[in-house]
Design a protein around this ligand. Sequence first.
Ligand SMILES: [Zn+2]
Length: 220
Amino acid sequence: MKFYDVSMPIHESMPVYNDNSDKKPHITIERDFVDGQGVRETRLSINLHTGTHVDAPLHMIYKAATTTEFKPEDFIFRARVIDLSFVEDSITAETLKNIDIQTGDFLLFKTRNSLTDGFEKNFVFIEKSAAEYLASKKVKGIGIDSLGIERSQIGHPSHVTLLQSDCLILEGLRLKGVPSGDYVLLAAPIKIRDVEAAPVRAILVEPSWLADFLKGEFER
Ligand SMILES: [Zn+2]
């Protein structure tokens, strides 16, 4: 495999946080073909925390950075998929202590969440102690295969801790079938001004394939 599309498809019956029907996206065809003639135009009404998306600091911190304050190169980087499918409830500092984590790493946590397609109330989440540990390591970002990085924590301490330490957060990844290891992650959010989150088409590319591809494209 060369690429892994690790994004959720957006559609009206897709899983959303808590499966609230008012959080589901609405897709309306505003103009359409008649007898094969004409054009189609579709309107999408969506909560920006739907499906695979990036959270900017403004999500949890007053007057903090929006998604468009990041540069394009902030969304193209080396990322490591870490298999944590053995975790039953939450990722804690204890879970991470035997993993080699360096400053500047971007880590994608593959958990049992990737095996469920619907919204699972008891999804595996990043517990406060893990967020503090990751912030102390100054990781560049983290991604997880749940629609939120945390649940059942008053005041959203995992979000706040990570966003305060300029750690990018990717939620709603789909990592089923993706082997552990290093990849190039392409995850640019759509460019909407003054917002705290935005949908992303996230793609993992195998580095060896990418190197061959670049060689083939630029050295012929
Ligand atoms: Zn979010």
